[in-house]
Design a protein around this ligand. Structure first.
Ligand SMILES: C[S@@+](CC[C@H](N)C(=O)[O-])C[C@H]1O[C@@H](n2cnc3c(N)ncnc32)[C@H](O)[C@@H]1O
Length: 259
């Protein structure tokens, strides 16, 4: 089942999303519809002392929408899958938590994000992390291989959210956790917004109505244990902010458990 309106050209959307996050990887200092970097991460609640333990250049390209690693509560020796890992901020923080006794796999479809994350991993000597090219709807990983699936600001970009949640459930062992931050809406977005590829790539156009979003997670075999709204996240361009106000576009963090 696709959650996207008929008029949206999904291959054009994929190209737009890739172009936008290629720029986030290569030129993080540029202005986007959304904030990026360490000031954003700290405002969202990432502890500065944790950020000090990972490569600064990864954080420069951080484009997440909320803090959720407290909900993930990753422990040494665990296996973690990061869907839409970008330049790697959450993967690196997860790797600090798993220690070398565990393993972290990041998946992303944008070549420049992967290249940056891989380079920083090698430079910083994080032997427990690997980054793979792939789609979050069908990540190239084994079934039931992970204790925890994480994701930040990515599921809203997918035109097929039920496929993403089903893939997360498949990747998790029974009892495994899904912990993420994402964008959802109070009201269903009209087609004028959902069919605007630029608003979609900015993490607004693809945002799902929150009850439908919760239902899609539960339909994949999860129980939602925590759901919280992140008031610290805001969009920066006027266009993005207008859509945000009108349709109740908000950031949330959640923890769900696979039965
Ligand atoms: C908003 S950024 C967030 C990156 C990272 N999680 C962070 O917090 O900085 C979204 C990332 O998801 C990737 N992405 C979007 N849709 C994807 C898909 N369907 N499959 C794989 N990666 C995807 C993009 O390439 C981009 O790197």
């Amino acid at each position: 089942m696709s959650t996207v309106a008929r008029q949206l050209d999904t291959s054009e959307l994929e190209q737009r999303v890739k172009r936008m996050y290629e720029e986030v990887a290569l030129e993080p200092e540029r202005e986007f519809h959304f904030e990026t970097g360490r000031p954003l991460a700290e405002r969202l609640g990432y502890p500065p002392a944790d950020l000090d333990r990972i490569p600064a250049a990864a954080i420069d390209s951080f484009a997440g929408v909320g803090y959720f690693l407290d909900l993930a509560a990753i422990t040494p020796g665990e296996t973690v899958l990061d869907l839409g890992s970008g330049s790697g901020t959450d993967s690196f923080l997860a790797a600090v938590a798993t220690t070398e006794a565990g393993r972290v796999v990041g998946i992303d479809m944008t070549h420049q994000q992967l290249a940056k994350a891989r380079r920083l991993t090698a430079e910083a000597g994080f032997t427990q992390i690997s980054f793979r090219n792939g789609y979050i709807e069908r990540p190239p990983v084994d079934e039931a291989a992970f204790d925890c699936v994480i994701s930040n600001g990515v599921v809203n970009l997918s035109p097929d959210k039920p496929a993403v949640f089903a893939a997360a459930a498949r990747a998790l062992r029974p009892g495994g956790r899904l912990a993420l931050a994402d964008i959802v809406t109070a009201a269903q977005l009209p087609e004028g917004v959902t069919c605007d590829a630029s608003l979609w790539a900015a993490c607004i156009g693809g945002a799902m109505q929150r009850d439908g979003y919760r239902a899609a997670i539960e339909a994949a075999g999860f129980q939602i244990e925590t759901w919280r709204q992140n008031t610290e996240y805001r969009f920066v361009s006027e266009r993005a902010d207008n859509a945000t106000q009108k349709y109740g576009v908000t950031s949330i963090s959640l923890l769900a458990r696979r039965s």
